[in-house]
Design a binder for this molecule. Structure first.
Ligand code: ZN
Ligand code: ZN
Ligand code: ZN
Length: 300
């Protein structure tokens, strides 16, 4: 992950997002890591418990019971007989004077024979070897976006205050994340409420910005429309990031909702401004033509 953040910083961010329930985490692994450098790719090696060397051979062994000598079985073969390489006695029968205890390991350095050699983990990064119980245990988690927090997460990345201040720079009054009471008495949250600086000119424009990873469907438009109805507002704008599905677009147009579609967060403020300018002009034209009508009426 090329984030430019350190491992610890990423871990801290993930921890925070998990405690805020934005991410859901699930443990998927426990890895053993070098206690010094946290490398999880240590190499396992067998080690002689006697001298500590790591070159061991494995094979089936024979134990000569009278003298206790243990070695690989081929060392006992002497033509068609078995003879102990240590005490040179011929061996009679399996289970009587010798036995085959199974697979053993023999140290190539000191000759020690053992059924269970030690296992060590060698870290190639720091060049040191550790006993397995010295290794650190690292819990590995998989992270998943909490679907219930999707909306909040979008707001996290979408800076409504920044959009509002950019609109202010263009001489529009904009408030972000506004809660207002509708005629039903219910409170509604709008992403933005925008007003023209001249209060006599225009009613406020109610704006919702909805972001998704795919085109937005009509349920969002309907929900926005019901809020606008309750506000009895004439100027409504739905900003869809990245855009609306065709049916949602048709629905929005039939409800006379101004639609702004963009796939880029940084374009939102400009696009809202352009759209508002357009219908401010329309409003002005309408009131002007209305004025002309009145003028025509007056002489009567
Ligand atoms: Zn290491
Ligand atoms: Zn050894
Ligand atoms: Zn022997």
């Amino acid at each position: 992950m090329a984030t430019g953040l350190s491992h610890d910083q990423v871990a801290e961010i993930l921890r925070d997002l998990t405690s805020e329930k934005v991410l859901i985490r699930r443990q998927i692994d426990t890895l053993l890591a070098c206690p010094r450098c946290r490398n999880v790719s240590t190499v396992l090696k067998l080690k002689c418990t006697n001298c500590g060397e790591t070159s061991l051979r494995t094979g089936t062994v024979i134990e000569h019971i009278p003298c206790g000598y243990v070695d690989f079985s081929e060392k006992f073969y002497d033509e068609d007989r078995l003879r102990c390489p240590k005490c040179r006695k011929t061996m009679k029968a399996l289970g009587v004077d010798y036995r085959k205890p199974g697979s053993y390991y023999r140290c190539q350095s000191c000759g020690e024979v053992t059924p269970v050699p030690a296992r060590i983990a060698h870290c190639e990064r720091c060049g040191k070897a550790y006993d397995l119980d010295e290794l650190d245990e690292i819990e590995v988690y998989a992270y998943q976006l909490n679907p219930e927090k999707r909306g909040e997460l979008d707001k996290l990345f979408l800076d409504l205050d920044d959009i509002a201040s950019r609109l202010m720079e263009k001489n529009l009054f904009a408030n972000s994340s506004v809660r207002v009471k509708g005629k039903s008495g219910e409170e509604h949250l709008f992403s933005l409420i925008i007003r023209d600086p001249d209060p006599s000119e225009n009613d406020p424009t109610f704006v919702d910005i909805f972001t998704s990873d795919k085109l937005i469907d009509e349920t969002r438009v309907l929900y926005f429309y019901t809020k606008c109805l309750d506000m009895e507002s004439a100027n409504n704008m739905f900003v869809a990031v990245p855009g609306l599905l065709p049916l949602a677009g048709a629905l929005a147009r039939s409800y006379k909702i101004n639609i702004v579609e963009t796939s880029r967060f940084e374009e939102i403020a400009d696009k809202i401004f352009q759209a508002i300018k357009k219908f401010i002009e329309k409003e002005t034209e309408r009131s002007m033509s209305h004025g002309e009508e009145q003028l025509q009426i007056t002489p009567k």
